[in-house]
Design a protein around this ligand. Structure first.
Ligand code: FES
Length: 103
């Protein structure tokens, strides 16, 4: 699918997770940590929790509040049970105030 605009940089806040709906692709979770932005699939691989709605950022991980599982935000790798399967991750490109995701 290539680069697709996900949101404005000003939509993101440091330490917060933003849900981005891009075309007909499944929702993405965008994370701002300092001045870096990361993107993963939004749905926890353990259940159906939306990480942008039910997750929070802690030490570079997204914690899923449904069952306290965790993933590394940069790599998508699971860090804590009951999560065992990785999240998909997507490269980000920022141009001015626009955030693009490479799908
Ligand atoms: S749904 Fe996320 S840890 Fe269970």
């Amino acid at each position: 699918m290539g680069l697709v605009k996900a949101c404005q940089l000003s939509d993101l806040e440091d330490g917060e997770i933003f849900k981005a709906q891009v075309a007909d692709h499944p929702a993405l979770a965008l994370y701002m940590i300092g001045d870096e932005v990361f993107a993963t699939s939004d749905i926890c691989t353990h259940g159906e929790a939306s990480l942008s709605e039910d997750g929070y950022i802690e030490n570079g991980q997204v914690i899923c509040s449904w069952h306290d599982g965790a993933f590394n935000i940069k790599t998508g790798e699971p860090c804590r049970l009951p999560c065992m399967d990785p999240l998909k991750t997507f490269p980000i490109r920022i141009e001015g105030d626009e955030v693009f995701v490479d799908l």
